[in-house]
Design a binder for this molecule. Structure first.
Ligand code: N01
Length: 514
């Protein structure tokens, strides 16, 4: 998606329009940049002291993307010389810092400022924001608000008894305690998701013992170059051969454009049992199983523990270059296949057994389905957004909720891309383009407030829910952040291309402009 192609001055000179963006991660920086290009006054409120969002906060050892480097940047600000096939955390953060500085967006960010509350004022047709930042709490008003707070930002500690009773260091993976020296220590890592599978191999060998607590093992997808540097020739070609970088990006992205979702879909018409997966899903399972088994011929006991018993795609599939299973085979790594039940002063209890350790790392994920929490958001007629959602967040295109005018979400409900080429950066670009187009309509129609029509929102969500019901992550019994109860409010159940098409233009027929 390209720059807006219009300016505030060109459409409605002197219009009383200003926008607050919440969060200075990938989505927030992008929105602020696009608004700046359109000449719309914008302020970004960021709770941290730096840009980067999740890439600022996650500092755990081994942190890197699982999306190819060349896709993990803005399409209009590509970088040719990525050092790795899959960028490390510091590289991503450096990219975002450079972008914020070079685009001038950094000057628009109020750091160390958290938005606590949003309240719509119907008389003024403006949002009142309660901020907590330097100098204490204060209230400001803005015509519009764009929430760019991410889906995977607020850490989730497990609901176990005795939490906080451990006498040693215990912390969440996204709030790594760098004062804790893990060398030679017995370390517990709870979880086997995308965070844990990067952390555990880094700790193994340095710690005297790593005890890994697994509830549901992940499916692994062969990616031999996962930890390898990007070859010099690829970088050179991207930098010097005209259009090569675009072709390279397209090639990485091609699965997303083709919409290869079928492998994750459960056959329509089959009774929903764990066996009724589609033929493609079964093929995929067989190939991933084969790749895992090839690594486990010398460890039959481990095989029983690590081969998932749920359909591929029901949980996030992790990249595999052999590191994870090789780590689990080590003598100084112990895999416990029972949920943690309790924290004690000495360690953790699982399946009735107490495991004594010196340090606990909770790699237990994020409050993904609780969009916009812990902010309190009050829309038209005093309606509270979270009460309105009733635990099932929905938005039109993940962006707009009826009853909440001039409020837009980026990486909102049902916009997480699963198992295709592409990345959330691409989704944010599409959603931002849509938001800018809705603002254009507001300006050209001399309106002050815009929101999606309720019937359009409801029809859209019925379409999303119907498709989601056929996806492995909703249909399977396995739990995880892809699902919340019986539905998914996180994942996009269609192709990446479908989202591009739907967000290309804001349809005036879909909106209430007044
Ligand atoms: O969190 P998760 P994450 N006892 O929710 C387990 C992105 N990301 O931080 O599977 C024992 O996936 C829980 O078990 P179960 C990426 O989108 C990307 O790892 O629910 N275990 C699970 O194993 C990713 O998907 C990258 O049964 C307990 C784990 O904790 C998302 O962030 C890197 C438990 C939580 O896994 C989240 O990943 C990092 C208990 N009582 C993150 N309670 C890359 O790009 C929970 N668990 C590589």
């Amino acid at each position: 998606p390209k720059a807006p192609g219009w300016t505030l001055e060109g459409l409605r000179p002197g219009a009383d329009l200003d926008v607050a963006v919440i969060g200075a991660g990938f989505s927030g920086l992008l929105a602020a940049h696009r608004l700046g290009q359109a000449g719309v006054p914008v302020v970004v409120y960021e709770k941290n002291e730096d840009v980067g969002g999740t890439w600022f906060e996650n500092t755990y050892p081994g942190c890197r993307t699982d999306v190819a480097s060349h896709l993990y940047n803005y399409s209009f600000a590509p970088r040719a010389d990525w050092p790795d096939h899959f960028c490390r955390r510091d590289t991503v953060l450096e990219y975002l810092r450079d972008f914020a500085k070079e685009s001038g967006v950094a000057d628009r960010v109020r750091f160390g400022t958290e938005v606590r509350e949003l309240r719509w004022d119907e008389r003024e047709r403006r949002w009142h924001l309660t901020l907590d930042g330097p100098g204490g709490p204060r209230t400001v008003t803005h015509r519009m608000v764009i929430s760019a707070v991410g889906q995977l930002n607020r850490p989730q500690l497990p609901a176990v008894d005795g939490l906080g009773s451990f006498t040693g260091p215990a912390f969440h993976s996204a709030a790594w305690d760098h004062t804790a020296d893990l060398t030679g220590k017995r370390v517990a890592v709870v979880g086997t998701g995308a965070s844990a599978y990067q952390i555990v191999p880094e700790l193994a060998g340095a710690a005297s013992e790593v005890v890994v607590f697994q509830r549901n093992p992940p499916w692994l997808r062969p990616t031999p170059h996962y930890h390898q540097p990007l070859s010099g020739s690829t970088s050179w070609l991207c930098e010097h051969l005209p259009y090569y970088a675009q072709w390279y990006r397209f090639w990485l992205f091609a699965p997303g454009l083709r919409g290869i979702l079928d492998g994750w879909i459960v056959d329509r018409g089959h009774p929903p049992t764990e066996r009724a997966v589609s033929a493609l899903n079964e093929q995929l399972r067989a190939s991933l199983l084969q790749a895992m088994e090839a690594q486990l011929t010398d460890a039959p006991e481990l095989r029983e523990k690590v081969v998932p018993r749920y359909p591929v795609g029901a949980k996030r599939v992790l990249r595999d270059d052999g590191t994870w299973l090789a780590t689990l085979k080590r003598d100084d790594v112990r895999l416990v296949t029972a949920p943690v039940e309790r924290e004690t002063p000495r360690g953790l209890v699982a399946d009735g057994e107490e495991f004594e350790v010196d340090v606990i790392v909770y790699a237990t994920g994020f409050q993904a389905s609780r969009f916009l929490t812990p902010m309190k958001v009050t829309g038209e007629r005093g309606v509270d957004l979270h009460t309105h959602w009733g635990g099932a967040p929905r938005a039109h295109l993940g962006i707009s909720v009826p009853g909440f005018p001039n409020l837009f979400c980026l990486y909102g409900p049902n916009t997480n891309l699963v198992g295709q080429g592409g990345s959330i950066v691409y989704f944010s670009e599409c959603a931002t383009r849509y938001v800018l187009d809705a603002i254009r309509l507001l300006l050209t129609r001399d309106a002050e407030a815009v929101q999606v029509r309720e019937d359009v929102h409801d029809d859209y969500n019925a379409w999303v829910d119907a498709a989601s019901a056929d996806r492995a992550w909703v249909w399977s019994k396995v739990s995880g952040w892809y699902k919340d109860g019986s539905r998914s409010s996180t994942n996009w159940p269609f192709s990446a291309a479908e989202y591009w098409t739907r967000t290309r233009r804001a349809d005036p027929e879909h909106l209430r402009l007044r």
